[in-house]
Ligand binder design. Structure first.
Ligand code: ADP
Ligand code: MG
Length: 403
């Protein structure tokens, strides 16, 4: 059993919390605050226990000084201030020699948000390569470490796995919530169990398809994933997004051969074209022209998928049915979500864009569980464990490293 926050004596302690504030931004505006909201339970629990709180998170990938301007956590500090109705001390320089002394002067219930941990990836990838000196430095700032970033738990970084070597550590409340939901609904689903998969990340989702197919009764496909399966069946898909990898195509053919009765593919599509960005046509799936691009599933597909949904007990959705960000191609994603809402089944939605699409179309409170996990959820479903959770030690034997 991994240590839970409620197992720890946190009263009056300085607590370092790894959260995931890797939120979508547009000109400093936070487009979706789901991840911030999901961290509030742990923060409020620590405030109730009179703790001093230090929050750590990454945002984006940092490869240049330009990236630093784009991926600062400053807008998150403002959002937290608004949500928690208290001051947030935003620390711009995580390696400021004065920081340890500043932390010592904090008062109970003070909250510090450190700048993007991946800023420390320049020049030597200290964060992403799980540098022990960096992990030890972070650990030196606090008494206890709480891992509350489920969506970063599949990555062994200094701020996720590294710190656990140096501090008594536990899972935060949102990590506990994610694990409970995934175990209850997806590792042991009530059948009939339908999986709906779409989106753009094709190779990333192959292992999940292979793991989940034996457990599910129907696999309904959309997005670039469906295009890749259609390509594997020798349909002409024009200039649509699909895998270009021959080994993947061969794998999809084997999957189709062994599971033809479970797998459902689009019958029709809404397409754009390579030469006119305003071109929008409704097409049968076997009538796609060379210059056309499949951007969404069509109404006949939705009707077919509705039958599978209605006879299911549990439904897991990962990946959108189309380019939902563009109003011309948003209908499939929106109507499918509406269908899931109306069906009133156990519905779990996982994946960054999938959860964003739920919020975007106003379906926030309509489903059983929204998982913020993204890649971590998929990896947990495939492997049944995550490096960032495994590293939470049951005893409190910790290392001391001179920094
Ligand atoms: P998630 O983040 O939920 O795991 P993905 O990142 O795999 O999902 O996929 C979501 C993205 O897939 C969205 O940005 C959407 O625009 C894109 N997408 C969906 N269908 C298509 C398509 N037919 N062609 C190109 N992109 C697509
Ligand atoms: Mg995504």
């Amino acid at each position: 059993m991994k240590k839970k926050l409620t197992d720890m004596d946190v009263k009056d302690k300085t607590v370092l919390v790894r959260v995931d504030y890797n939120v979508p931004l547009l000109d400093d505006k936070i487009l979706d605050d789901t991840k911030i909201l999901s961290s509030l339970d742990t923060i409020n629990y620590l405030l109730d226990h009179n703790c001093k709180i230090i929050l750590l998170s990454h945002m984006g990938k940092i490869k240049s000084e330009e990236d630093k301007k784009r991926y600062t956590l400053a807008p998150v500090a403002l959002k937290l201030k608004e949500l928690l109705k208290c001051d947030i001390h935003f620390e711009k320089n995580n390696m400021d020699p004065l920081l340890p002394a500043k932390i010592k002067t904090l008062l109970p219930k003070d909250i510090v948000l450190l700048e993007n941990t991946r800023f420390l990836d320049i020049p030597n990838k200290l964060e992403s390569n799980n540098d022990p000196q960096l992990a030890s430095y972070f650990a030196s700032l606090a008494d206890i470490f709480v891992m509350d970033a489920f969506s970063s738990a599949h990555r062994a970084h200094a701020s996720t796995v590294g710190i656990t070597k140096f501090l008594p550590s536990c899972m935060g409340l949102s990590v506990e919530r994610e694990l409970t939901a995934i175990n209850e609904f997806l590792i042991h689903p009530k059948r009939p169990f339908t999986i709906i998969m779409g989106g753009a990340k094709i190779e990333d989702k192959l292992a999940l398809i292979e793991t989940m197919l034996p457990k599910c009764d129907h696999l309904l496909l959309g997005g670039g994933l469906a295009n890749s399966f259609l390509k594997a069946l020798n349909f002409s898909i024009g200039a649509s997004l699909a895998t270009k990898n021959d080994a993947t195509i061969a794998k999809l053919q084997t999957i189709l051969l062994n599971n033809r009765e479970k797998i459902m593919l689009p019958l029709d599509a809404v397409v754009g074209s390579t030469y006119d960005k305003n071109y929008t046509q409704y097409k049968r799936i076997d009538k796609i022209d060379e210059n056309e691009i499949i951007y969404d599933i069509g109404v006949k597909t939705l009707e077919k998928y509705k039958i599978a949904i209605q006879e299911s007990n549990t439904i897991f959705l990962n990946g959108t049915m189309g380019v939902y960000e563009n109003y011309r191609y948003s209908n499939g994603t929106k109507e499918l979500l509406n269908m899931l809402k109306e069906a009133d089944k156990t519905v779990i939605i996982g994946g960054g864009d999938s959860v964003s699409s739920v919020n975007y179309f106003g379906f926030k409170d309509c489903f059983t569980y929204l998982s913020c996990g993204g890649g971590a959820t998929l990896e947990y479903l495939v492997k049944n464990h995550l490096v960032g959770i495994d590293s939470i030690m049951e005893d409190e034997s910790i290392e001391v490293l001179d920094v």
